[in-house]
Design a protein around this ligand. Sequence first.
Ligand SMILES: Nc1ncnc2c1ncn2[C@@H]1O[C@H](COP(=O)(O)OP(=O)(O)OP(=O)(O)O)[C@@H](O)[C@H]1O
Ligand SMILES: [Mg+2]
Length: 358
Amino acid sequence: MVKVYLDHVTKIFPPRTVAVDDVTLEIPEGELVGLLGPSGCGKTTTLRIIAGLEKPTKGRVYFDDEDVTGKEPRERNVAMVFQFPILYPTVSVYENIALPLRAEKMPEDEVRREVNRIAELMGIKEYLGMKPGRLDIGVRQKVALAKALIRDPSIFILDEPLTVIDPKMRVELRTKLKQIQLDLGKSMIYVTHDQAEALTLAERIAVMKDGKILQYDVPERLYDRPSNSFVGWFIGNPGMNLIECSASVEGGCLVMTNENGFRYSIEGVGEIKVPGKVVFGIRPEYVKVEEGGDAMRATCIHVEHAGNRQILHLQFYGESLKAKVPLGVRVSPGDTVPVKFVAEKIRIFDPSTGNLIL
Ligand SMILES: Nc1ncnc2c1ncn2[C@@H]1O[C@H](COP(=O)(O)OP(=O)(O)OP(=O)(O)O)[C@@H](O)[C@H]1O
Ligand SMILES: [Mg+2]
């Protein structure tokens, strides 16, 4: 296992697609790191650069202290699993899985033992004698995972490996992958655009947008202290409410207003400098539908049931606002409801950069 380090890596596809934009990222040895972001943000390109399948336009790639930027994929010993399984169609599942071990010249009885062990683990023993072409895509993907996991590579790279697997099996396989990674203590980088997958698997997650890493942090901090409004909106179900408003600081008090009558103040901010406009951020979990002296008003548009909670879609001073509230809160579309915010959970962002101000 190695520590992987990307040092100011940029990848430009001619003529001018900046797929990866000045990314610096360390994947510590033995850790499972998630790479999360919307379609086209540069996740696959970043992985391909680590694997050596793409050369960066600028920047260096290190495995431990060795600069591998110029090295070919086969010299890097990276095990990759892609969104769609890549297997040899003409040989059996057994032979497909055994191939990497044969390449390492492992004795035949050991190969048999290892293939059986991993097949058992992935739940694909019954398919060992079959050719991949006869199997459905989910099983083939499990074979591809088995083939990668049986090796002892420098790092595992998984690019949305569970997307083709049906939802129920996906959750099961996700748990299995996490177990395997913990058991083996292998470095793994796992790409997904499914945040639930990233949050359950990864110890640390890099959130990407437009080729850039906006935040690289543990899940709790991505949730509680997003350093950028995009991270706040992207992480969470539903994501953070974001309300753009005018802002001014008067005597250590940040006053935010909008033209539809929204007004909210935060005291004790000191002499901070804020731009004329800010983005007020609050997670739906911290929007309370409660009466009280400082309660504001909103109109309920729609009530969405979400397991043991309900999500209220509210119209709030010309903005839409979501509140995640207990089932006991009785609200119907058309109702006017009181709204309060959990003050310490409010986050303020700069609208031009998205960066956290407060
Ligand atoms: N070989 C290529 N030639 C030209 N442009 C490319 C190439 N590969 C990727 N791109 C572009 O680079 C950007 C990043 O692509 P990439 O595949 O890395 O995104 P992604 O985050 O993996 O997206 P997805 O979630 O859809 O898989 C996109 O704009 C894409 O169109
Ligand atoms: Mg991709």
